[in-house]
Design a protein around this ligand. Structure first.
Ligand code: PEP
Ligand code: MG
Length: 322
């Protein structure tokens, strides 16, 4: 099987009936890019920039960040690279950024909420990204967007920094796609509104599941409620994909679900355009997708959306292998 996967490394990802989907990788540092290319990744679907901020005793400077982003873009040699702006808070803390303790950190002051408040931190990152944008196909993504106003505000800050750089004579790409993570149910529900303003969506199922089911993704006691295959999750995913397509935009997924062999047939059927996963899952996923017909999976997904429980959905998917 491993040799079969190797052969697939330099091929694009197509379903049995010839539909292309993109298989990208999640990375945390520039060093991870080698593994992405080695496993035939068609892009980076999620660069978690938190790691740049962790393991040091002060905020990373604009130049430190610029170098990291430039390195990733250069190594990816023109393939798409989706960089997520800082998603700190929740379970992720920074020693040099002292924030008040919260009752519910996952529902608290994190990610874009923190960045819109601490604009010094946000603007430094955006400037580094904008400067790096000329070295490849950079796409910028905001995490934990809950309202249209947050997206508009974050976009306005980005455009301000871009104008400043241009005025300073710094080269900035004119083709940076700007998207959001869909990981809060309010945003999935209003996806039709968001789709008119963003260039793309990336569904963050790790958080979308925990917020939809109200089940902490770290809490063993309620892990039985953390259900990727719950029809409610599948319906939200469908709403997001359909909303994007209606506006001619694309939808990816960068939560764990995107690389899950049981979810892949359903996601293909729901029309997902880009699957972003750990690099080691790419070749198995490409091999799996080559054996699935999208037309058949559309029928499967339609049935799954009408199921009542996650267990029924899993049985439905397992039946296609039997
Ligand atoms: C997600 O929420 O699905 C996601 C990809 O982001 P993170 O796991 O970093 O919260
Ligand atoms: Mg998340």
């Amino acid at each position: 099987q491993v040799t079969e996967w190797r052969k697939l490394r330099d091929e694009v990802t197509v379903s049995k009936d010839g539909v292309h989907v993109e298989l990208a990788a999640n990375i945390g540092t520039p060093n991870d890019v080698a593994g992405v290319l080695d496993n035939g990744g068609e892009g980076v679907g999620l660069y978690r920039t938190e790691f740049l901020y962790m393991g040091r005793d002060e905020l990373p400077s604009e130049d430190v960040q610029f170098n990291a982003y430039k390195t990733v873009l250069e190594k990816m040699a023109g393939k798409p690279v989706v960089v997520r702006t800082l998603d700190i808070g929740g379970d992720k803390e920074l020693p040099y950024l002292v924030l008040p303790k919260e009752m519910n950190p996952f529902l608290g002051f994190r990610a874009i909420r923190l960045c819109l408040d601490r604009q010094d931190i946000f603007r430094t990152q955006l400037r580094a990204l904008l400067r790096a944008s000329v070295y490849g196909d950079l796409r910028i993504m905001f995490p934990m967007i809950a309202t249209l106003m947050e997206f508009r505000e974050a976009k306005a800050v980005l455009l301000e920094e871009k104008e400043k750089l241009v005025a300073e004579g710094v080269a900035v790409s004119e083709n940076i796609q700007l998207g959001i993570m869909v990981e809060i149910p309010s945003t999935a529900v209003l996806a039709d509104q968001f789709a008119k303003e963003v260039d793309f969506f990336s569904i963050g199922t790790n958080d979308l599941i925990q917020y939809t089911m109200a089940a902490d993704r770290m809490n063993e006691r309620v892990s039985y409620l953390y259900q990727p295959y719950n029809p409610s999750i599948l319906r939200l995913v469908k709403m997001v994909i359909d909303a994007a397509h209606k506006e001619g935009k694309w939808t990816g997924m960068c939560g764990e679900m995107a690389g899950d062999a049981t979810a892949i047939p359903l996601l293909l059927g729901l029309g997902l355009d880009e699957f972003s996963m750990s690099a080691s899952s790419i070749l198995p996923a490409r091999s799996q997708l080559a054996k699935l017909s999208k037309a058949d999976m559309q029928e499967l997904a339609a049935k799954a959306l009408d199921m009542q429980t996650a267990e029924q959905v899993v049985e439905l998917v397992q039946a296609i292998h039997a």
